[in-house]
Ligand binder design. Structure first.
Ligand SMILES: C[S@@+](CC[C@H](N)C(=O)[O-])C[C@H]1O[C@@H](n2cnc3c(N)ncnc32)[C@H](O)[C@@H]1O
Length: 218
């Protein structure tokens, strides 16, 4: 998939494409109202156009990402509304039939992320964004709606599943892939070893795709 990507915007990679694959086999009905959380270049919004949605809303905290996603969807005549700001603040009070999320999930750093690091840094346990997502998704999903989420197994997929189930969703891991460490993980190797999250010789991580479904009737 060809995409405009200004410097500092997350380049679509293994996690992005794993979620695109999951979307292709998710059997989502046409006419869905779609939310792309942390859209980056808009790669997931572009992929979502193939399910013939009613509308796509994409949100990112990075102004450059918003510019890129607007351009990448506009050039394909995809009618996406791309909003700038915190995902949960910008869409509070709305509901969606399909939520796609490839959020920041890399563990290891406690400081509040800035600049391009906002695309991946997610606190020491990698769950700062994931915990917020799991808390918000039950309110953001319409009855019968579906969440498709990808993150590293290092950020505790079982916890994500348990949190979504605690919010009343049917949730399970529906995809896995072992992928080589990218530059961020390679740069953080020593820290992750100290935290006991990886083995000294480890150079791959498992990505998990998690699906959550809100029952159509309470
Ligand atoms: C891992 S990247 C994924 C980008 C794209 N969805 C993809 O799959 O290629 C995560 C994105 O989330 C955005 N982000 C981080 N914190 C956010 C927040 N609070 N609200 C909205 N977007 C956020 C980052 O700017 C980044 O573009």
């Amino acid at each position: 998939m060809w995409l405009t990507r200004p410097p500092g915007v997350y380049p679509p990679q293994h996690d992005t494409w794993l979620l695109v694959e999951a979307l292709a086999s998710a059997a989502v009905s046409p006419g869905a109202d779609v939310l792309d959380v942390g859209c980056g270049t808009g790669a997931l919004s572009v992929a979502a156009a193939s399910i013939k949605p009613r509308a796509i809303t994409a949100v990112d905290v990075s102004r450059r990402a918003v510019m890129a996603a607007r351009l990448n969807t506009f050039l394909r005549r995809i009618p996406a509304r791309v909003l700038c700001g915190d995902a949960f603040e910008r869409v509070a009070g709305r509901t969606f039939d399909l939520i796609l999320a490839n959020p920041p999930y890399v563990p290891g750093v406690a400081a509040r992320p800035r600049g391009r690091n906002r695309a991946w840094d997610a606190g020491v346990d990698g769950r700062e964004f994931l915990d917020r997502l799991c808390a918000n998704v039950p309110m953001l999903l319409a009855p019968g709606g579906t969440l498709l989420l990808v993150h590293s197994g290092l950020s505790d997929g079982d916890k994500t599943v348990a949190q979504l189930q605690g919010g009343g969703l049917k949730a399970a891991v529906v995809g896995r892939a072992e992928v080589p460490f990218g530059p961020v993980m390679r740069g953080r190797r020593q820290r992750l070893i100290e935290l006991g999250l990886i083995e000294p010789r480890q150079n791959t991580e498992e990505l998990v795709v998690i699906r959550g479904d809100r029952p159509a009737t309470p």
